[in-house]
Write a protein that binds this ligand. Sequence first.
Ligand code: ZN
Ligand code: ZN
Ligand code: ZN
Length: 396
Amino acid sequence: MVGNEGGGDNPPTSHKRPRPEAGGGGTEMDCGDGGGGERFDYSPYIKPDYKRLYPENATYTEFKVFIEATNNKDRVGNKSPIYLNHIFSSEIKGVTAIQRINANKIAVIFKQYNTANNFINNTTFLNKHEFKAFIPAAQIEKTGIIRFVPANISNRELYTKLSSIYEIIAIRRFTKKVGQQRVPLQTVSITFLSNILPDNVQYDLFSYRVFEYVPPLQQCFRCFKFNHSARICNGKQRCSICGGEHLYKECDKPTEICCVNCSGPHLAISRLCPIKMKKILEKKNKITYASATMTKQLNNDIEFPPLSPPKIDSVHKPVNKPVHAFVNKPVSVNKPVHNVNKSKVVPPKEDIKAQIVANNDVLMALVQTLVELGNKGDNTPTTMNSIREALLKNLK
Ligand SMILES: [Zn+2]
Ligand SMILES: [Zn+2]
Ligand SMILES: [Zn+2]
């Protein structure tokens, strides 16, 4: 869970809406906030009185609590360490460390779950210093998605009916904006009180497979770099059109489109940007890789069969041909590898993924190929061979 300080740490009461990537299609989806409320309520359903606290049986070695200022002016992360040391050592029990996360956020580390939980409930201290404290979601919760859920089933009904090996704490229906209205989609996100996902959830007799939820890539609307918000940006204001140091509304060169990140002829927010595509792929890989590793660790020695050596085809000797192995399955990058243990044990997918991510040339060639395929104007069919040729060309 280290390094997962970015997105999924908003408190459960927050109505911040996750905006998932729509499987490469570019459709913008997000979860309903009940704004429309026409004939049906699609607002997120959260377990009544749910408060994020560490469970008694948690087996962590440390218990992290995030702190932010309740007013938006005070930047807790920029406060003096002397001041922070002083207030925490004199007023709070059980603190073993304080870490700066960013300008607005610090993490306070406890050795025991109950001292961490007591701190969350210590309104006297929190109010006095104008702090809000919360446990990072990634520590104790995990969100997955299920698909093909009829839109006439409300979130509340799903909450009541769905069952799983882990407790369900929130249900959110994905919606799509059509004009001024939000239209419900058949995808639903489920948050579990667990840091791994179950394979399935049950709706009466019907079993839904649970897929990994990949939160969208965050892009700053000030500097247009990634993985932070404009609120905490330390970069300069850039123009999303020409890349200059001004607001896009004040752009004096609107015809000279130049991406801040790659200098390409597209807007800085465009999905045509190879850097942005690379970041999206990296994010998907990071999550699925982490999930596969976690599942593998848990299932180790229990249901994992011994690996048989891969069969070697005498005609095509797979000597140093990682690219070809990948070319035959280009789509697998985007697929959740949630059930990686159950698939045939060819080379482990997570190893291939890790290798690809580590190899910048391969990753960029792949991104370039995807962008080219997406921009293809003619009507020639896209075949395995044409993709393979494009990829090999970009690898040179
Ligand atoms: Zn920024
Ligand atoms: Zn400009
Ligand atoms: Zn770009």
